[in-house]
Design a protein around this ligand. Structure first.
Ligand code: ZN
Ligand code: MN
Length: 475
């Protein structure tokens, strides 16, 4: 029998607000353990949580970036469970009345058609503390770090609309791009600011059954999510084919072995309304001010780059992948009116160079206007492409403009016909064999002669002009 997979995701995203969710402690879980703490986030009895306005703003911005309907009223519940990373015995989370619902986004499916994936809801919740397991001599000890306790999270819960590992990976890449555009979170799975759980079940293709699902955790890159889902689909299919049942449980992805293994679960009780945090009321006026902060989203930018700048869809996808990169591209393209050249140079040269130097498009000294000036000089054939590459590298080291660097280094392209004619005459005189080959019908001999002539000009000759002169002299 042929099976298809039903996949839904639960994604925890740590908002990048300066403070935690309910207190003024810094939202920096990576600092020295237990430095960023206070009575509220240590969950001391009697200390009252107060929802940060900034956290609410970032949560709402995230919801808007994912096309959600922001709810005028929402509230927190106490999600009850006992575990050493949650000594107060409950987590503040929006179990029943979430702040955002009915979102969606569109990915391009395997068949090339666009496919809408729905988001059931997004809720706010506080992060729990972190357990650190260490070995002291022969003793194993566990320590608790409260820096992460009360860190601001949103949890995105999707509908089970994904059918393949690829769908899930595309979905994750898209929400990461959108949330990074919105500026509300960094969404790095490697750094733990985006954590993904996948719910996977299988059913005979063509039916609409919803079978028992298995939850898979512990994936720390988007690639791992794809691998874990692919493995889990095979595992479940083999079980079902062997006549064994699938039971509801949680598994951990083991990236080293490439398999999922069962894990012990935390038991969480139902959500009980929390009396300590007041109901959150969002007015239309306030919502409008947040909506106004939302920039154009990556898919809109991509479409605009194709339509207005004539980029290919592939070039547009790269140029719109990050907000600051998209802005860099637009500023460069506008400054020189050479959008295709700008996309090419940014994609092939600037991005690798920035990565190598740990710079970003926003903070590099190779500003859009400097790059635009360089591209214009190449376009007007004032310098050759190879001289352009040389100047490009110099832009990182020097504060001079491209034009000054070209003058300083004597890189201006030679377009002086007399000078070029002299070079060509010399090359023809020095290479009688190649000239004879050319006249005997070996057209590639002219390529050899051009190469010689360019070399003689030390790369500074205008290649187009050089070719014209050579062609004229050979015939
Ligand atoms: Zn605190
Ligand atoms: Mn959660």
């Amino acid at each position: 029998m042929e099976y298809e997979a039903i996949i839904g995701l639960e994604i925890h995203v740590q908002l990048n607000s300066k403070t935690k969710m309910f207190c003024d402690c810094p939202n920096r879980p990576g600092d020295l353990p237990n430095r960023n703490i206070c009575p509220v986030c240590l969950w001391t009895p009697g200390a009252l949580p107060r929802l940060s306005q900034k956290v609410l703003e970032k949560a709402v911005l995230t919801g808007l970036a994912l096309n959600c309907e922001i709810q005028p009223r929402s509230r927190f519940d106490q999600k009850i469970y006992y575990y050493p990373d949650l000594p107060k015995g409950y987590q503040l989370s929006q179990v029943h009345n979430q702040f955002a619902r009915n979102g969606w986004l569109e990915i391009i499916g395997e068949d090339g058609e666009s496919k809408r994936l729905r988001i059931l809801e997004i809720h706010m919740e506080e992060d729990v503390a972190k357990l650190v397991h260490e070995t002291e001599g022969r003793k194993k000890i566990s320590l608790v770090d409260f820096n992460r306790a009360g860190a601001p999270l949103v949890e995105i819960v999707t509908e089970p609309d994904m059918r393949s590992p690829r769908d899930a990976m595309e979905f994750l890449r898209d929400i990461r791009r959108r949330i990074r555009y919105a500026g509300s979170a960094e969404c790095s799975m490697e750094e733990g600011t985006m954590r993904v759980d996948a719910n996977i079940s299988i059913r005979p293709r063509g039916t609409d059954l919803l079978n028992t699902r298995v939850e898979v955790k512990n994936m720390n890159s988007i690639r791992h999510v794809g691998e874990a889902i692919a493995h889990e689909i095979i595992r479940q299919t083999e079980r079902v084919n062997a006549g064994k049942a699938i039971v509801l449980h949680t598994r951990l992805w083991d990236p080293e072995r490439g398999v999922t293994t069962p894990m012990r679960e935390k038991f969480a009780g139902p959500g009980v309304p929390d009396p300590s945090v007041p109901e959150i009321v969002i007015t239309d006026e306030w919502l409008d001010t947040i909506r106004a902060q939302l920039p154009e989203m990556p898919d809109q930018r991509r479409a605009c780059f194709v339509k207005e700048y004539g980029l290919t869809p592939e070039e547009a996808a790269v140029m719109s992948s990050e907000r600051d990169l998209a802005e860099y591209f637009e500023r460069t393209a506008r400054a020189c009116s050479l959008p295709r050249a700008a996309a090419g140079w940014i994609g092939e040269r600037l991005m690798p160079a920035l990565k190598e130097r740990s710079q970003t498009p926003a903070d590099t000294s190779v500003t859009p206007s400097r790059l635009a000036e360089l591209l214009e000089m190449i376009d007007r054939e004032e310098i050759s492409v190879s001289a352009g590459k040389e100047v490009f590298a110099l832009l990182f080291e020097s504060e001079s403009g491209p034009r000054d660097l070209v003058e300083e280094r004597g890189l201006r392209q030679v377009s002086d016909t007399l000078e070029l004619e002299e070079i060509v005459d010399q090359v023809i005189a020095d290479n009688p064999d190649a000239v004879r080959d050319f006249h005997n019908g070996k057209k590639q001999a002219s390529g050899f002669l051009i190469g010689r002539a360019m070399k003689a000009s030390r790369g500074k000759a205008n290649p187009k002009l050089m070719r014209q002169i050579l062609d004229k002299k050979l015939t």
